[in-house]
Ligand binder design. Structure first.
Ligand code: UD1
Ligand code: MG
Length: 403
């Protein structure tokens, strides 16, 4: 296996594991270990299944040319099987549902079973629509709205709060009276959740086009969410232990929404890493829109159910930058080709920027100069990790001043 891939996988697994060991309750740790064992098995299963299913998708005509190998004699006419996100997503769903079957986690008070099941329905619906997109090759404007339909089951079942707190910033005007107050947004809060799901899914899908990037960025975001969940669980349970004179009652652990997020994100991370092993440069499979939509929807769903949508957006800084930079092309102000990837130069083996293709891939190449596809992917993944670290800084050091 490629050394950089091993380093990347370790970087995704070791930090959450180190934090996990600091959790204050053995009972809590045991639940997370159970979920991790399940997820590891799911990861191995996905890894083994992908080559077999890849043969089937290729035979069914779901295969694409690797745009960044054009001009290389040995790979030029090779078709790479597409849509292997279908394996990851189905194995993920089976894993999560089996975990639910064994009732190895209890629902926090804030979340109802009906909401949780609606969340799974939304993920499932998104997988269906993503796969349909891969098969039917839908036009860009239809792709954009698919997540809207998939989010409906969750929005209908959503019973959580619809209020927001206005940040407490000191202003010299009358505004001061509304700052720091809680506002009920009602229906507008649901519209915000809908837009969040549309953004999460599409923003991952458009930060793509080089081997390993779609899956790699999803793994970094999932790792960040897991770290955030563990930090929040630590805070949650250490405040509890203070209430009962420093002794944590092991039998009466009130569940936290962050535990629920963990039992969704741990299998997501393991199955995604399994897919990455096949999708890393040089890709043996492509993930398809099935995966990008599925990943975005999983992030949106956990953030909506477990109420950390603002924090989630902090982990999406590269996607937000890429979206903002893409706006003129996405909204037709300037011409948008089918693929906005950089140019591959077969004589140097490096990728070169096409400045009219407004993605941060091209922007990075303009700033740092031409580089190989693998190096570009690693640079973007390091940038993703860096932005997530900045996101943590904002969440835990800056946000306290405002909320
Ligand atoms: C989005 C991007 C598009 C980008 C494409 C790459 C927008 C508006 N759309 O389109 O610019 O080119 O993703 O996924 O920003 N491919 C590779 N190498 C890879 C991954 C994909 O060559 O590592 C190519 C293959 O030919 C594959 C195709 O991209 O068949 C898949 O494209 P698809 O996911 O259908 O494109 P979109 O999501 O519509
Ligand atoms: Mg795509």
């Amino acid at each position: 296996m490629d050394k950089s891939l091993i380093a990347f996988i370790l970087a995704c697994v070791i930090p959450p594991f180190c934090l996990f060991t600091t959790l204050p309750s053995l009972q809590l740790q045991w639940r997370i270990v159970q979920s991790s064992i399940f997820s590891f098995v799911a990861g191995v299963l996905a890894y083994k299944l992908i080559p077999t299913i890849a043969e089937l998708t290729a035979a069914a005509g779901l295969a694409g040319t690797d745009l960044n190998k054009r001009g290389l004699k040995q790979t030029e006419n090779k078709k790479i099987p597409e849509s292997l996100g279908i394996v990851t997503s189905v194995v993920f769903l089976v894993c999560v549902i089996l975990f639910q079957l064994f009732q190895w986690f209890s629902f926090p008070e804030a979340i109802q079973l009906s909401e949780y099941n609606a969340a799974l329905t939304s993920i499932c619906f998104m997988i269906l629509l993503g796969f349909s997109d891969d098969v039917l090759n839908l036009r860009w404007r239809y792709k954009l709205i698919l997540p809207m339909f998939a989010t409906l089951p969750l929005l209908v079942a959503y019973a959580g709060g619809t209020s927001v707190v206005v940040p407490n910033i000191t202003f010299p005007f009358n505004l001061r009276s509304v700052l720091g107050q809680v506002f009920d947004l009602g229906i507008f809060y649901r519209i915000y959740l809908l837009l969040l799901a549309i953004f999460c899914t599409n923003s991952i899908n458009i930060l793509a086009g080089i081997n390993g990037l779609e899956v790699g960025q999803s793994a970094v975001i999932a790792t960040s969410i897991i770290i955030h969940n563990i930090v929040e669980l630590r805070l949650h349970y250490s405040s509890l232990s203070q209430v009962v004179d420093g002794v944590l009652n092991q039998t009466l652990l009130p569940a936290s929404p962050h535990l629920l997020s963990l039992v969704l994100m741990i299998p997501f991370l393991f199955t995604t890493l399994a897919l990455l092993m096949h999708n890393w440069y040089p890709s043996r499979v492509f993930v398809g829109d099935t995966f990008t939509y599925f990943a975005g929807m999983c992030f949106a769903v956990v953030a909506i159910l477990c109420h950390f949508s603002k924090t989630l957006l902090l982990f999406f800084i590269p996607q937000i930058l890429n979206f903002l930079y893409s706006v003129p092309q996405l909204f037709g102000l300037i011409e948008c080709p089918r693929h906005r990837v950089p140019r591959f130069n077969p004589s140097t083996g490096k990728m070169e920027a096409i400045p009219t293709n407004l993605t941060i891939l091209n922007l990075f190449l303009m700033i740092f100069g031409p580089m190989t596809e693998k190096r570009l992917c690693i640079t973007l993944l390091i940038f993703q990790g860096f932005c997530c670290a900045v996101g943590f800084g904002l969440r835990y050091y800056v946000a306290d001043y405002f909320f």
